[in-house]
Write a protein that binds this ligand. Structure first.
Ligand SMILES: [Zn+2]
Length: 429
């Protein structure tokens, strides 16, 4: 039983969102416990450690703090016992009493299975949760395959976040085109071409060996080198087709084909790729604006209500969501008449809390059944309906516009859907 793989954009968003939520928790005293368990750690050792901490915490002077810390450790022991062994990347627990309002606190528990393996065991009790090991993973987003080559040499490597690993370097046996006397020019030319061909086949073989096993995490392949060899290598399709498809256009000019070449390649590509991503976002928002300008908003919907309506109808082709949105979707139920409804609320509104009367029977307050992150719920719904979603950064003017002018959500539709905001008279006319 495996869950469908989470969209990588959404996985990154959800991870950051969760960390932000945990980071905001404050304890009234040193009573928030962070526990990091790396893969391979014996859980019996962890429980032994916790038992010892529990015994020691009975010495804490303040009665409230002592009670809270002992509760947190007890709760942790229960959480740890629920595992037979640590998950593949390990697991981090955050348990404690969160300060709310004047002098109240509320028990909180967060369990995070990180996107990358944890490498140290850590227990910490403080007035905030300790997040550094996880924060370091937020900006380690992408893995790229790297190739720099000419006819004399090739170097292959991997870019992980900002780290470059050199994996393979090889010199070719292709003779130089110059300085060989004695042989017939034609024959010599053929020999060179043959040797070059063999070399390119070898390069493709190495690339397959190194990159294909990682093809699912590989965001793309960056190909560079001095002169025209890289274009030739690419156009002739030496690479395995699954890698060929991942080669980023344009190819990059570098002066070297060794380790320095890999560094040059990454520097050039970083500028271009960031630019490309922003350009793609701008293009999508421009397309949205183009639709909105048409009569009856063409194939566009924007704002929470209209987008939710279009989603219900299954009319959304591409959902555009701002990564600046900070909202939750809260599912409510009336205790009197069982009427159910969902409400999107900002994080601030959620924190403040307020009673919502039942629109059906007028009962004074609905009960919260569950809540989920608003962006996550949008992604889930659009994927269920067969559409796709794109998280748009607020780095470009267009991305900023999506957040400010359209409430952070808009959609390009499969067919026109009348806006709920437009009066009926105009819709009919
Ligand atoms: Zn009701």
């Amino acid at each position: 039983m495996t869950e469908p793989a989470l969209d990588p954009q959404l996985a990154r968003y959800s991870f950051q969102r969760k960390l932000a939520e945990i980071a905001a928790v404050r304890g009234r005293a040193t009573e928030l416990i962070s526990l990091y368990v790396p893969p391979g750690k014996l859980l019996s050792d962890v429980n032994g450690y916790l038992r010892n901490e529990y015994a020691q915490s009975s010495n804490i002077k303040s009665r409230t703090t002592r009670k809270n810390v002992m509760w947190a450790i007890e709760s942790l022991m229960g959480r740890v016992r629920a595992y037979k062994e640590p998950p593949p990347h390990g697991v981090a627990f955050f348990v404690g009493s969160k300060a709310v309002g004047a002098d109240k606190s509320e028990a909180v528990t967060y369990i995070v299975e990180p996107p990358e393996p944890l490498n140290t065991y850590l227990y910490r009790c403080d007035s905030t949760f300790f997040l550094e090991p996880l924060l370091a993973m937020v900006h380690e987003p992408e893995v790229w395959g790297l190739i720099v080559l000419d006819r004399a040499e090739v170097t292959l490597g991997l870019l992980r976040g900002k780290r470059i690993d050199v994996l393979r370097n090889r010199q070719s046996l292709v003779p130089s085109k110059h300085g060989r006397g004695g042989q017939s020019a034609h024959r010599f030319e053929r020999m060179i071409e043959h040797a070059a061909h063999e070399f390119f086949v070898k390069v493709a073989e190495m690339a397959g060996e190194l990159f294909l096993p990682r093809k699912d995490e590989l965001k793309g392949v960056l190909l560079g080198g001095p002169g025209a060899t890289k274009e030739f290598f690419f156009k002739e399709g030496f690479l395995h087709y699954e890698l060929q498809q991942k080669v980023v256009q344009p190819l990059f000019d570098t002066g070297y084909t060794d380790e320095h070449g890999l560094k040059e390649l990454v520097e050039k590509a970083t500028q271009t790729l960031h630019g490309l991503e922003l350009t793609e976002e701008k293009r999508l928002i421009q397309r949205l604006l183009g639709e909105i300008r048409k009569a009856d908003a063409g194939l566009a919907a924007y704002g929470e209500r209209d987008v939710a309506h279009a989603l219900e109808l299954g009319a959304v082709d591409l959902l555009l969501v701002s990564d600046g949105l900070r909202r939750h979707l809260v599912h409510l139920k009336c205790p009197a008449c069982q009427h159910e409804l969902s409400r999107s609320v900002s994080d601030e509104e959620l924190e403040a809390g307020s009673a919502v009367p039942c629109p059906n029977c007028g009962a004074p307050a609905l009960t919260e059944v569950s809540r989920e992150d608003y962006v996550e719920s949008l992604f889930r719904r659009v994927v269920e309906a067969g559409g796709s979603a794109r998280l748009v950064s607020t780095e470009s003017e267009e991305g900023e516009m999506l957040l400010r002018a359209f409430g952070g959500v808009a959609a390009i539709l499969r067919y026109p859907v009348a806006s709920l905001a437009v009066p009926l008279a105009r819709r009919q006319g």
